[in-house]
Design a protein around this ligand. Structure first.
Ligand SMILES: *[C@@H]1O[C@H](CO)[C@@H](O)[C@H](O)[C@H]1NC(C)=O
Ligand SMILES: *[C@@H]1O[C@H](CO)[C@@H](O)[C@H](O)[C@H]1NC(C)=O
Ligand SMILES: *[C@@H]1O[C@H](CO)[C@@H](O)[C@H](O)[C@H]1NC(C)=O
Length: 403
């Protein structure tokens, strides 16, 4: 009874306040403090004009959100944009005394919206946009190319579709691109591979493209193309330009052809995974020069020949996976790795080892004549190695011209 009447009283006061608010707003008399109703943007007071500009953009976006299970958008009201959940302000590069919406972090918010068009591309001061693990869909607006400060774009694990957002190629400041785990299809423009990025994650989409002959940028650290439909050979150019790469994930594509000897120049590589492709030929000895290599996966390809001892001698290796190929020989160093369970050579054609392919399978494979170009390069070891050396070119810093 008591609490009921209390509620009623509060309600009445609320109604009176609302009427009062309407009355003052209706009078339009300025300078009398904050209006009580959500009024037109022009009457709201923002900490900075730049925030006033993005306010309607955010509210429009809020209205198209179809699902918000974590009740994130409840905080997206009022003029204090810098305290909305997921929104962060900073002074923009062009005016150190201004306050602007500089970054967005919606990671894991589980929001659904049919598009980001009209939102992301209308935030002129945005520098970082992270929105992984939401249910955003649609295509990426070409207008994002007009965002002068955007340098990190992470829209991974959403439902974006359509072709590769080529507008990205025109974004000179962009250094981090993560669009993995979406539904993008079609080809990837070859210019993407020469763009100056630190990280390029485009795995787990539906891209179908021949890898371009020239790929590489000066300081890329991560390159993941896995779980797409990339085809064609791994280009020779992967080495010099990509010498800073630490993680190269090419698994589960349709890459074919022989391995380029230049893989041995990926000096910083820690993980190289090209499992489940259609790569063929022998393993180049140059792989023994990858002195930081921990994980090397070529399982599920059409590789053959001897597993190079110089590769098995790489001391940092923890997982060398060569199962499901057509290798025919391992030496003593590789044998000890098999015993330590670092090297897996199951389902190959190595006489005397358990779990190999049937003789018939192996014979059928080798019935076809197999050939790799530049075969002379496969035995070069382009680094100094205490126990192995190849030719006078061993210390050369660049690929020898194939003879
Ligand atoms: C969402 O958050 C608002 C404000 O924090 C709160 O009033 C409302 O009850 C919440 N709704 C749900 C469904 O949790
Ligand atoms: C910089 O931002 C401040 C705060 O918004 C503003 O008052 C000032 O006019 C701006 N300066 C320039 C040169 O735009
Ligand atoms: C080694 O790598 C292969 C291929 O990526 C993977 O399937 C396997 O589980 C790994 N083994 C260990 C012990 O981590």
């Amino acid at each position: 009874m008591n609490s009921n009447s209390m509620t009623t009283e509060l309600l009445i006061i609320g109604v009176i306040l609302i009427f009062f608010g309407v009355a003052t707003a209706g009078l339009g008399s300025g300078g009398e403090g904050e209006p009580a109703l959500p009024p037109a943007v022009s009457e709201l007071i923002f900490a900075d004009q730049r925030l006033a500009v993005v306010y309607p953009v955010i509210q429009k976006f809020k209205n198209i959100i179809t699902s918000d299970p974590l009740n994130i958008t409840a905080s997206w009201s009022g003029t204090d944009i810098c305290n909305y959940r997921g929104f962060y302000c900073e002074s923009p590069p062009d005016n150190r005394s201004a306050t602007a919406l500089a970054s967005i972090d919606f990671n894991g918010f589980q929001l659904s919206a049919p598009t980001l068009e009209g939102f992301l591309d209308q935030l002129p001061d945005i520098a970082l946009f992270h929105a992984n693990s939401n249910k955003f869909s649609g295509i990426i607006s070409p207008n994002i190319a007009k965002l002068p400060y955007l340098y990190e774009l992470d829209i991974s694990n959403n439902l974006f579709s359509g072709p590769f957002p080529t507008a990205i190629l025109g974004m000179d400041g962009l250094s981090f691109l993560d669009i993995r785990f979406n539904l993008f299809t079609g080809s990837v423009p070859s210019q993407l591979f020469t763009k100056d990025l630190d990280a390029l994650f485009i795995n787990n989409n539906n891209f179908m493209t021949r890898l371009p002959d020239i790929i590489g940028s000066n300081h890329i650290l991560y390159l993941t193309l896995a779980n797409n439909k990339f085809f064609g050979p791994i280009p020779h150019s992967i080495s010099k330009v990509f010498s800073t790469l630490t993680e190269i994930l090419l698994l589960n594509n349709f890459l074919s052809g022989c391995l380029p000897y230049e893989l041995g120049f990926l000096k910083k590589a820690v993980v190289f995974d090209a499992g489940n492709n259609k790569l063929t030929g022998p393993l180049p000895f140059s792989l023994g020069c990858l002195e930081k290599l921990e994980v090397l996966n070529f399982a599920g390809n059409l590789l053959y020949g001897t597993v190079p001892e110089v590769l098995c001698a790489v001391e940092t290796l923890t997982n060398l996976s060569l199962s499901d190929n057509y290798f025919t020989h391992v030496g003593p160093i590789c044998m000890s790795l098999i015993k330590n369970r670092v090297l897996d050579v199951k389902k190959n054609c190595i006489p005397g080892l358990p779990f190999q392919r049937s003789l018939v399978e192996c014979v059928l494979f080798f019935l076809h004549p197999r050939y790799c170009p530049y075969i002379g390069t496969y035995h070069y070891i382009p680094c100094w190695h205490p126990h192995f050396s190849s030719s006078p070119l061993a210390l050369a810093d660049k690929a020898p011209s194939p003879s």
